[in-house]
Design a protein around this ligand. Structure first.
Ligand SMILES: CC(C)(COP(=O)(O)OP(=O)(O)OC[C@H]1O[C@@H](n2cnc3c(N)ncnc32)[C@H](O)[C@@H]1OP(=O)(O)O)[C@@H](O)C(=O)NCCC(=O)NCCS
Length: 401
């Protein structure tokens, strides 16, 4: 038998995080654990114990997270792992149960995660709530469709300057798009801007675009050099280009696209509605490959539904199934942006995971109905729900956490 509870010491915390370390390779050093503790408090790291030994771990970053028209508290699920010696004995299920109850008690209405495999989290009420994709663009195809008159100036910055100049740009993205989590000062420094030892010989480049006297965009990228038959075959790995206006985004991307030597530019985690696809003259050449991004869980259906804005003020009644968090199960009426319990006849019957899929606006109820995941109980309910929930721009989470 095993028990699940939050960790309460550095030693327990390290061993619990080490459960996922079994799969990422390499032991966790004390230095890495120390860094991690600065973004994930002990009591947000659950561990499964058997006879005093830790056999699994599951963490939840205390996030502020953008949803349509608002920002909500959110459990950012991460470092979930079960030791290979104890797999398929219900350890993950027990940790998910304990973690969701903890998130509920903390009054975080939603939880979000990136899934290592799409088959794991649906059973715990998480739904696929955002898409993203990777591009691999050969330099020869980097032209824009329309001429661009750059007005700003690009300059490189140190990590210390970046820690001051990048966050306001990121915060603007958070106001613009659902799916963005707030980066704390420690997160910026330790997880985004720090140059790990293994990258010191070829560190990432940090650049800002100054326009009209302010920083309006930034870029983080690395050049990975290689030569073939005497010619450069380098890859330019772009990890983030974020701008506060269309002009700034277009100029920052132009700077990156024009860098010499690369043969292929790669960038992952781009949303389908990213400006690059309308800026480029030949977006087909970007060889965009779509995949799942965030998975979302409504931990408190009432608070979550009342916590976002909607495209219209319509009314709809959901019959929600939730086997893991029974406090959510039953009928909910969303009317004028507020959700309350109701005895009214339901328009749509669905699992809480499907409601999570529709929540950020990336997956429509029509798609869910066509995938046989939502039952339409009254005529036109799917169209009505889509008119209420639809949201632009689409959610975008530019970082795997
Ligand atoms: C994925 C992982 C956490 C599962 O842990 P586990 O303790 O073996 O899972 P459980 O025994 O609690 O399984 C719970 C349910 O999930 C299912 N499940 C577990 N892992 C699964 C997987 N990889 N794919 C599909 N289903 C899976 C089980 O079959 C079980 O289903 P059931 O309730 O219908 O019987 C573990 O295998 C692991 O650490 N994998 C490598 C790291 C990883 O992928 N972590 C997730 C990071 S996002």
């Amino acid at each position: 038998m095993f028990e699940v509870r939050p960790t309460s010491s550095a030693e327990e915390f390290g061993r619990a995080v080490d459960a996922i370390g079994q799969y990422f390779g390499g032991p966790l050093t004390e230095e890495r654990i120390d860094r991690f503790r600065q973004v994930l408090p002990f009591d947000r790291m659950h561990a499964a114990f058997e006879d005093g030994a830790i056999i699994g771990g599951a963490g939840a970053f205390p996030f502020e997270f953008s949803v349509p028209g608002n920002v909500l508290r959110c459990g950012g699920i991460s470092v979930v792992g079960v030791y290979p010696t104890h797999r398929r004995r219900g350890v993950l299920r027990a940790m998910m149960d304990a973690q969701l109850r903890d998130i509920h008690e903390r009054e975080e209405p939603i939880a979000a995660l990136w899934a290592s495999e799409e088959t794991i989290y649906g059973r715990f009420g998480y739904g696929l709530a955002a898409w993203c994709g990777e591009i691999n663009l050969e330099r020869v195809w980097n032209a824009y469709a329309r001429p661009l008159e750059p007005r700003g100036r690009v300059r490189f910055v140190t990590p210390e300057e970046a820690a001051r100049l990048f966050p306001p740009v990121w915060d603007a993205l958070m106001r613009e798009r659902p799916g963005v989590f707030q980066r704390t000062k420690a997160w910026w420094e330790l997880r985004r801007l720090r140059i790990p030892d293994e990258e010191k010989a070829n560190p990432k480049h940090l650049a800002v675009l100054e326009l009209d006297g302010t920083v309006q965009a930034y870029a983080i990228y690395r050049q990975l050099p290689s030569f073939e038959d005497g010619s450069s075959n380098a890859r330019l790995e772009v990890s983030e280009v974020i701008g506060t206006t269309p002009q700034a985004t277009a100029e920052m991307w132009r700077f990156v696209l024009d860098i010499d030597w690369y043969a292929t530019l790669s960038c992952s985690l781009l949303p389908v509605d990213h400006a690059l696809f309308t800026l480029l003259a030949t977006p087909r050449r970007a060889r965009y490959r779509l995949g799942d991004s965030l998975w979302l869980r409504l931990v408190d259906v009432g608070a979550a539904l009342s916590g976002r804005e909607y495209a219209t003020d319509g009314s709809i009644v959901f019959d929600v199934h939730d086997a893991v968090c029974p406090w959510n199960a039953g009928r909910w009426k969303l009317d004028g942006g507020s959700a309350v319990r109701t005895d009214a006849t339901a328009d749509l019957a669905l699992d809480v995971g499907e409601l999570g899929s529709a929540y950020l606006g990336a997956v429509s109820f029509a798609q869910l109905r066509d995938g046989l995941q939502v039952e339409e109980l009254s005529d036109g309910a799917v169209e009505r729900a889509d008119a209420i929930f639809g949201w632009r721009p689409l959610p975008w989470c530019p970082e795997i956490f």
